[in-house]
Ligand binder design. Structure first.
Ligand code: FES
Length: 248
């Protein structure tokens, strides 16, 4: 089996890939990389993982480890800025035609799988087309996952769960959120502005400062322990356990 892939990732996760054979689809690039490793078959993959800063590179250590073990898996990290890691010696900046030509000289012979935020994918799509990648060889996976509506509360003889008050201090808004709902889903429904992307605790886009209150957070790597210790949380995967005040 020969796989050829070029992967591109915004904020935290995305991919542009070229496949010369069938591969079971993996929605996340990290899952795809793990799957490649599990096959133990020769691969030909160029994986570009982009982010805002080096510290925002999700699965950085896991991918780096994989690249040392998996023959034919060529990994590039591409932070946009070097904030927080000035000793960075690798590539940095945004994706561009020159970058693609440099790291994927045989781009037109590959299938591109791109996963990321809409603006990032638009840029990757344009660059790929400009460089001659046929449309059928360019595949996108949207990272703008829809916010999953919280399940309706089961009706019991007890009263329906009383909602907590969630205050967005900078916007001067307070909304109701029950312990079965995520803060982000209710905020979106109420028109409160919180940047978001994956809605699954993965990308870190919604990271916010929790001024007071406690939440039940089930993230997928989109926040570090030191950030949690500093009072940050991810509204997309957090349900309130008390009234909250959020610095938004
Ligand atoms: S939107 Fe991605 S972590 Fe919250």
């Amino acid at each position: 089996m020969r796989l050829t892939a070029a992967c591109v990732t915004p904020n935290s996760l995305a991919a542009a890939v070229k496949l010369r054979c069938r591969m079971a689809a993996s929605s996340a690039t990290s899952a795809m990389a793990r799957e490649l490793a599990d096959t133990a078959l020769p691969v030909d993959v160029i994986f570009l993982h982009a982010s805002r800063t080096p510290g925002d590179l999700v699965f950085r250590n896991e991918l780096a480890s994989l690249a040392t073990k998996l023959k034919g898996f060529l990994l590039y990290f591409l932070p946009e800025t070097l904030t927080g890691e000035t000793s960075w010696s690798g590539l940095h900046g945004r994706i561009s035609r020159d970058l693609f030509k440099l790291i994927v000289p045989d781009l037109t012979e590959r299938v591109i799988l791109c996963c990321g935020l809409a603006p990032f994918m638009a840029a990757a799509r344009t660059i790929s087309a400009d460089l001659g990648v046929p449309p059928e060889n360019y595949i996108e996976e949207s990272f703008d996952a829809a916010v999953i509506d919280d399940a309706p509360l089961p009706m019991t003889d007890e009263a329906v769960l009383a909602p907590f008050k969630v205050e967005f201090a900078k916007q001067g808004r307070t909304i109701d959120v029950t312990s079965d709902q995520t803060v982000l889903s209710c905020a979106k429904k109420a028109g409160v502005k919180i940047p978001s992307s994956c809605s699954n605790g993965l990308c870190g886009t919604c990271k916010s400062k929790l001024v007071s209150g406690t939440v039940d957070m089930n993230h997928n790597g989109g926040i570090r322990q030191r950030e949690i210790n500093a009072g940050f949380f991810l509204p997309c995967c957090s349900k309130p356990l008390s009234d909250l005040v959020i610095e938004r």
